[in-house]
Design a protein around this ligand. Sequence first.
Ligand code: SAM
Length: 255
Amino acid sequence: MTIDIVTIFPRMVEAGLAEGVVGRACAAGRIDVVVHNLRDFTTDKHHVVDDVPFGGGPGMVMKPKPFFAALAAIRARRGTPDAVVLLSPAGERFTQAHARRFVEKAHLVLLCGRYEGIDERVREALATDEVSIGDYVLSGGEIPALAVVDAVARLVPGVIGDEQSVEADSFTRGLLDYPHYTRPAEFEGRRVPDVLLSGHHEEIRRWRRDTALKRTADRRPELLHDAALDADERALLRAWDVPGVHAERQNKGSK
Ligand code: SAM
C-alpha cells in the first residue's frame, strides 16, 4: 500500500517513519510512505501556508489552496486515492476498526494540520475521513499521522514477523491483551504466574483468555458490547456478574 502524508514538518514525520516496525516495513517495500512538504505547493515567495481567521479570533488558519494543490499533484501521480484522512481533534475517534478498514486501501492520503487547524473547505472537498487520536489537543497532525501509519502498517501481511502477535494484540478481538512476562521467573520478589511455567498449553491458553476478559471487564467494560465472545467467555462474564453488560449484547459477534 502507498501512504502520502502532507505536512509542514516533513522531517518530523520522516524521523518517526525511520525506526522499528514501520521503518522495517518501509525498507522491505511492504508499505510505501511518501512525505510531502505542504510549502512546496505554495506559489508565493515566502511559501506561506496560513492566514488570519475570517471573523477574527486568535491564531492562524491553514489556507486551502496548498492542500488542494498537494492533492492535485498526488492524484496526477498516482490517481484518485482510496481515502483522504484529515487528522483533527474534531474527527471520529481512531480505533482498531479504522486501522482494519484503512489497511484494505491501496492508497491513503493523510493531511496534517497546524495552528488553529485547516480551512474547513479542505475537509468538505477533499477529505473522505476525519479522525482524532484522542480527546486532547496536540500542536499538529504529525504525531496523529504517525499513529495511524503505525497501527495500519502492523496489519499489512508480513510486517509483523509473528502473525500471532497481531492476533493477540489488544482490540483485535475487541478485548484488551492479557499480561505478558519474560525471564527471570522471579524478579524482586514477584513471581510469574505458575501456569505460565507449567508447559500446559491448554491451561496457558485458558489463563490468557480469562485474564484478557477480566481486564477488559474491569477496565473497559464498554468494549464487551462489541467483542467477539464465544460461549465460554459469555459464561465467564455471567459468572463474574459484570455490571452493565447485557446478556443479549454479549452474544454479538460470537461464533
Ligand atoms: N483548534 C483546533 C481545535 O480546537 O480542535 C486545534 C488545532 S491543533 C492545535 C492543530 C492540528 O493538530 C489540527 O489541525 C490537527 O491536524 C492536529 N491535531 C491536534 N490534536 C489532534 C488529535 N487529538 N487528533 C488528531 N489530530 C490532532
